[in-house]
Write a protein that binds this ligand. Structure first.
Ligand code: ATP
Ligand code: MG
Ligand code: MG
Ligand code: MG
Length: 439
């Protein structure tokens, strides 16, 4: 992309309405624009990152055998009356009436709808296990939408639902989700710690939230510092292997790690004092096992091996796709702007032409641009007429991992300057070598 033809409405001033750094930087970098409280347009740069995050989520879901689909945002109230949640959900649910006077709602989550799809089409245990998921906009009329996309009213969520014959199988689905979530967040450059949580209006006893530690997080968390040493890394875990998935769950949840909702001071006191930590965290996902809560209420049964009809065991599993942009920025920025982890960066590298209009500099930039593209990379070329200071500030603000600076002086010696956004270190290299380092 050439910056002169892109739409990147960066702001020079700090927007007064933004209280936390990720919100401020997303507005300044021209990634989002608020349309009303908690509802945002995704401008091209923000949309690009959103899609990258979505893509990682899809890949990691499909890696463990979960099946993508898409359900609508608007739902009929009838299913929610069947489950009993229409009254229970409260004012966070946006209720709408259509022209035929039918009660509708903008879905805050999809347990009812997926259970209805399941019961309409699946009748035998032979079709289990089954896990379906979608990535779709949700609406929750949050009492205090704030911090930009972090607590929106309209927000993008991946929500997945497992259907299993037995509790044991459903708990395996739970563990498998935990495995896949650990990998998902690490690919985005995040450490998200599974913490024992409270199930809220979804219901059920087994549930973990995934929290990214950050001072601006809305949850208070208590944990054993040993947990931050754990990484999932590049392990190959067979998603159908119950023991292997269970071992990962045990490894990542055996140390004390709880949110304020489930915090138990007596248990916490047993953690050696030098390892006790109290901090704040951002909830970027949650997994639940809730058994037959919805299948009982909505009559979602299958025929078991013995011919008897039994309600299916279910769980649901969410990832806050749009919230993740905020969480990643909270975890990775400096006073000049965003520092994108490689896995989610909107462009792989920025090219800064110090002397736009100079034949040699222009040609060198074009050549770099084309060689990066030829390697399947996505560069952003700042081909605007303008000073170096302005161009550097833009690149620092939008946080691409690499900047290649091209100017007549370097070119005389056959080199360009390659700068890492994360370390700030620069080196002079022949253009081909700069490209190699990025690729
Ligand atoms: P919170 O405690 O932050 O209100 P929640 O527990 O109500 O979130 P879940 O029902 O667990 O949310 O939804 C799954 C995920 O969707 C959450 O872990 C979070 O990452 C994301 N999410 C929930 N509410 C919002 C929101 N208002 N804006 C953006 N993301 C959200
Ligand atoms: Mg909530
Ligand atoms: Mg929560
Ligand atoms: Mg939650």
């Amino acid at each position: 992309m050439r910056l002169s033809r892109y739409f990147l409405p960066v702001l020079k001033e700090n927007p007064a309405e933004a209280q936390i750094v990720s919100h401020r930087l997303m507005l300044r970098a021209g990634m989002i624009k608020q349309s009303s409280a908690g509802i945002y347009s995704w401008l091209p740069l923000g949309y690009k990152v959103l899609r990258k995050i979505e893509e990682i989520v899809h890949q990691e879901q499909e890696r463990v055998g979960h099946i993508p689909m898409l359900m609508p945002t608007l739902q009929s109230a009838d299913l929610w009356k069947e489950s009993g949640r229409y009254d229970a959900y409260g004012p966070e649910m946006l209720r709408i009436r259509d022209r035929q006077d039918r009660d509708m709602l903008y879905g805050p989550t999809n347990e009812e709808m997926i259970t209805d799809i399941f019961r309409s089409h699946v009748g035998s245990y032979k079709d289990l296990p089954l896990t379906l998921y979608h990535i779709q906009w949700k609406f929750r009329d949050e009492i205090r939408p704030r911090f930009g996309v972090m607590r929106g009213r309209e927000f993008l969520m991946k929500d997945g639902y497992n259907f299993d014959l037995t509790k044991e199988d459903a708990l395996h689905a739970y563990n498998r989700h935990l495995v896949s979530y650990l990998r998902t967040y690490e690919r985005m450059g995040l450490q998200a710690i599974p913490m024992r949580a409270d199930s809220g209006p979804i219901g059920g006893d087994d549930t973990h939230e995934f929290l990214v530690l950050a001072d601006t997080g809305e949850s208070e968390v208590f944990y054993d510092s040993e947990i931050t040493d754990l990484t999932f890394g590049n392990r190959e875990i067979d998603p159908s292997d119950h023991d292997a998935c269970r071992a990962v769950l045990d490894e990542f949840t055996s140390r004390y790690a709880r949110t304020d909702e489930t915090h138990d001071p007596e248990l916490f006191a047993k953690v050696p004092e030098e390892r006790q930590r109290t901090a704040r965290g951002i909830e970027v996902g949650q997994i639940f096992y809730f058994g037959t809560k919805y299948s009982d209420a909505m009559n979602a049964k299958v025929q078991g091996p013995d011919g008897k009809q039994v309600p299916v065991h279910m769980g649901s599993h969410g990832i806050g796709v749009s919230r993740l942009l905020g969480a990643i920025i909270e975890a990775s920025h400096d006073d000049k702007g965003i520092i994108w982890p490689e896995g989610v960066t909107p462009f792989h590298a920025g090219i800064v032409n110090l002397k736009q209009g100079d034949d040699e500099a222009d040609a060198a930039c074009e050549a770099l641009y084309n060689s990066l593209k030829a390697l399947g990379l996505d560069p952003l070329y700042d081909d605007r007429k303008g000073g170096a200071g302005m161009k550097f500030a833009t690149m620092d603000l939008i946080g691409l991992p690499w900047r290649i600076t091209v100017g007549p002086r370097g070119l005389k010696n056959g080199v360009v300057e390659l700068t890492s956004r994360r370390t700030g270190e620069s080196e002079d290299l022949p253009p081909e070598q700069a490209v190699e380092k990025i690729a």
